[in-house]
Design a protein around this ligand. Structure first.
Ligand SMILES: [Zn+2]
Length: 225
């Protein structure tokens, strides 16, 4: 049996290579080099148990889809891909439609995805939903990175502001005005103090450190295999 099939398979291959020859050499070269440069996709394993216990995960998913949404998300993580009606039934939704609202909210952020299939001759689709934990890690990380970026920006502004203040009348002067008056208050003559921005800057720096630490902890839950 296997022997008799062999020539047919060969022929098929031949035909395929013929079809390929129509493609320009340049395009072929391009696709060949592309193939080479793509590394074997790494399998990503996420410690979902720890991820779901993290305060920020709970907050993030709840902000997107409410407590019901969180319940659905957690359920899908634990059970894996699930048919929509079964999911609705398991989570005690009155109608299958009622669960969609939450699924779509989660879907809008990419936290869940679906495939739809038509069974036999039925005219309606069956939806299978699954949770994307990797996406949750990415979104939380992104929100931390955004805050770090903003904090760094405002820190630079703090550094650029160089103010002097009069301890007697509480008036504030920029560096030029202070220089003009030999670092004395032009109103009351008191010696001006340099306004300490350092505390503000320090606070912002520790917020950045805190967020970076959070990102580290988050990424520790992700392992590539
Ligand atoms: Zn003064």
């Amino acid at each position: 049996m296997a022997k008799s099939k062999a020539p047919i398979r060969k022929q098929k291959v031949k035909n395929r290579s013929k079809a390929k020859s129509k493609v320009s050499k340049k395009a072929m070269k391009k696709s060949a080099s592309k193939k080479k440069s793509i590394p074997r996709p790494k399998k990503i394993i996420i410690d979902t148990g720890k991820l779901l216990k993290m305060e920020e995960s709970i907050k993030f998913v709840t902000d997107v889809a409410g407590e019901k949404g969180l319940e659905i998300f957690e359920y899908l993580i634990n059970k894996g891909e699930m048919e929509e009606n079964k999911l609705a039934l398991a989570l005690k939704f009155e109608r299958a439609n009622a669960i969609r609202k939450y699924l779509y909210r989660l879907y809008s952020k990419g936290l869940v995805s679906y495939i739809k299939t038509r069974k036999g001759s039925k005219s309606w689709y069956t939806y299978y939903w699954s949770a994307n934990t990797q996406r949750l890690v990415f979104l939380i990380k992104e929100s931390y990175e955004d805050e770090i970026k903003q904090t760094k920006k405002s820190m630079e502004l703090n550094k650029a502001e160089d103010f002097y203040v009069c301890g007697t009348c509480n008036r504030r002067y920029d560096i030029n005005k202070a220089l003009q008056n030999d670092f004395r208050c032009p109103y009351c003559g008191s010696v001006l103090d340099h306004l300490e921005q350092s505390q503000v800057i320090q606070d912002k720096q520790s917020r950045i450190d805190f967020l970076n630490d959070k990102i580290d902890k988050l990424l520790k839950l992700v392992k590539e295999k």
